[in-house]
Design a protein around this ligand. Sequence first.
Ligand code: CO
Length: 470
Amino acid sequence: MSAAEKKPVKIVETILRDAHQSLIATRMPTEVMLPILSKLDQVGYYALECWGGATFDTCLRFLHEDPWERLRKIREGCPNTKLQMLFRGQNILGYRPYADDVVEYFVQRSVANGIDIIRIFDCLNDLRNLQTAVSAANKEKCHAQVALSYTLGDAYTLEYWTNIAKRIEEMGADSICIKDMAGLLVPYESEKLITAMKEATKLPIEIHTHYTSGCASMTLMKCVEAGADIIDTAISPFAMGTSQPATEVMVQTFKGTPYDTGLDLELLAEIADYFREYRDECLKTGLLNPKNLGVDIKTLLYQVPGGMLSNLTSQLKDLHAEDKYYEVLKEVPNVRNDLGQCPLVTPSSQIVGSQAVMNVIQGERYKVATKETKDMLAGKYGATVMPFNEEVRKKVIGDVEPITCRPADLIPPELDQLNKEVEPYKKQEEDVLSYALFPQVSMDYFKYRDAQQTGIDANLFDMTNTAYPV
Ligand code: CO
């Protein structure tokens, strides 16, 4: 590329979503965000990732906040910047598949409350699980981005990624994201991947990676050189470790090159100053564990996301079987292969992890199978890239005939029934959607909200003892 050919790389800032989800368990409250919104709005980011993922659940469950209200406040504070959310395909922001009417209504209300870009992914990369959300986003004239869960394995050849990119273009998406939740995308491989994908599709390509394995900023640089259009970064106090590369570093890296972002480093430094104070507070209270800030090379060695490693540790601790850690780590790829070599991301990472623990603890593989493993082998999560291990399937679900259709085709409309259930507590249209995703947690929150308004001691409704779903 000659110097005259300019191709400024676009930056998506993740401080309001993934950066704090990755480093402080999504606990940043709205009141920490509000004072800095006008500065964030002046930067000229391509977009601010600020909603979806685990933020919705955490708002209701731990922060006693209405996630919809948070979104409206961010929209008000950032009138000039596109707002982006993360959406788990047919699972929306929850942990089970929903009927199409709920998915469509959720997309509609998200856009009505301020979302401009919806990033939609599926843990199996089964595009059928994304179609309803993509079509709904198209209908709302919102940017529909399909995110591919990046993983490694025999099935995941360049041909696999380029073929699926073409299919995503055909299904009506506006852009593609490579979602590398584990930090497995290493610099030179990423260059090959992006070069091939740019040849296969005209859609803009965005890279979302995590610093867990220490490669992420080099990977982003190689991706941009290979033609990636957009990169995800986090302002420095909440960057690196299990989060994204630092925004300022990437801005400075591309300065004076054809990829120059044009963003103002001084303004970014002011934003960093603000969040550095909050970060220090998080370190003091223990919310930010310094362990999350270093390089964890095990993630490359075992090809599992950092979050999954810590889940396995705590599961084994509960079972008083910490000495089985490495045995379980060796079992993870075996289970993953039995289950069609699926990517490891919510919820497949939990399904594979728990089953691996079970197989090791029981001393016999699949002697006991979790409900989720059974559902997976019965096709209820969708199709995997490789076939299931037939022997394992027989042992776990016997003669049950697996479904081969799109799983949501078997779920009847649910919105009317949900509306009836939530009616007595409803203060806004969106309440039915909070309730659909997290019935018990939302009900507790609605009661807390009522109590606040009527002056009853709101502390009577303690929601912090509800177990957090991994
Ligand atoms: Co992420």
